[in-house]
Design a protein around this ligand. Structure first.
Ligand SMILES: NCc1[nH]cc(CCC(=O)O)c1CC(=O)O
Length: 309
């Protein structure tokens, strides 16, 4: 193992920093390296700077990754640590995701101001979220709710809740746990009626293709089951891309050498949905996800993606 400095690129949010530190901690442990072997390099992204609009409006997922990928190209960083769910399906040439850390809890939580549960919100209450998926799922359970675009980091959202700007908000339990804030959750949603975002709860690491030193460094912290789940979920998403204003949810789970997948697309008002399930050998994860995507497209018909946009 070479001991040259490894530069870990990350966004500057508290959650991103926690993820970068988790990555460093695992690398230190598995390679028996000191903290000084790593440098955490904070890189600001467009997504971090635009806080007043829903992301889908400004241009979607690449907003959180572009500057990190430029830093990888330039050699300012050696690896980029991301939340898988914020990653576009197609990576720029020359870069790859070669490592997924073991997945955290995949579930969403509801955080209520005066009530504990989503279903207990008063009629017409304001629910803050910028996620089209959470909007659609929440409205399918509670069509009366007034969904407000609500961006910003976890701390900002909690403050707005405290100030009464909204009466509830929703977040990923994984992010709260990484920030040691899981106690703020007032309800953990059942993935059965509130399926997570594809990739939710999984940290992924991007690097330059052909960087042998980094490949050797990352191999022992890669979690194979998480990798298969994410391959399946990303393949599903890949067949649906280009419709980034469509609320999409889904979850793959590996058990032994099998993988099962459930995917869903909804209209933003939650009024209509299509659902698909698939199952097979974990080794076929990508194909299973891609076929599920193709089938749900067919079920929905092309007008599903355009009729309300
Ligand atoms: N879009 C922001 C984002 N990206 C990843 C997470 C949570 C952690 C994860 O899913 O790994 C969050 C915040 C949230 O949705 O609550």
């Amino acid at each position: 193992m070479q001991t040259d400095l490894v530069r870990i690129g990350t966004r500057g949010s508290a959650l991103a920093l926690a993820q970068a530190e988790e990555t460093r901690t695992r690398l230190m442990a598995v390679h028996n390296l000191p903290e000084e072997a790593f440098e955490i390099v904070v890189i600001s992204t467009t997504g971090d700077r635009i806080l007043d609009r829903a992301l889908a409006e400004v241009g979607g997922k690449g907003l959180f990754t572009k500057e990190l990928e430029e830093a990888l190209y330039d050699g300012r960083i050696d690896i980029a640590v991301h939340s898988s769910k914020d990653m576009p399906t197609y990576l720029p040439e020359g870069l790859e995701i070669s490592c997924f850390l073991e997945r955290e809890d995949v579930r969403d939580v509801f955080i209520g101001g005066s009530v504990q549960r989503l279903m207990d919100l008063p009629k017409g209450a304001k629910l803050g979220t910028s996620s089209l998926r959470r909007q659609a799922l929440a409205l399918s359970l509670r069509p009366d709710l007034d969904v407000q675009v609500f961006r910003g980091n976890v701390q900002t959202r909690l403050r707005k809740l405290e100030e009464g700007v909204v009466e509830g908000t929703m977040l990923a339990l994984a992010g709260l746990k990484r920030l040691k804030l899981e106690h703020v959750a007032t309800e953990i949603m059942d993935p059965e009626d509130f399926p997570p975002a594809l990739g939710q709860g999984a940290i992924c690491i991007e690097n330059r293709i052909g960087d042998e030193r980094i490949a050797r460094l990352l191999a022992p912290i890669h979690h194979a089951a998480t990798g298969a789940e994410l391959e399946c979920e990303r393949a599903f998403l890949g067949t649906l891309d280009g419709s980034c204003r469509t609320p999409i949810a889904g979850l793959a789970r590996v058990s032994g050498d099998r993988i099962s997948f459930r995917g869903m697309i909804l209209t933003p008002d939650g009024g209509r949905r299509h659902e698909i399930t698939a199952e097979g050998p974990a080794a076929d994860a990508r194909q299973i996800g891609a076929e599920a995507g193709a089938r749900i497209r067919e079920m929905a018909g092309e007008d599903f993606f355009t009729s309300w946009s």
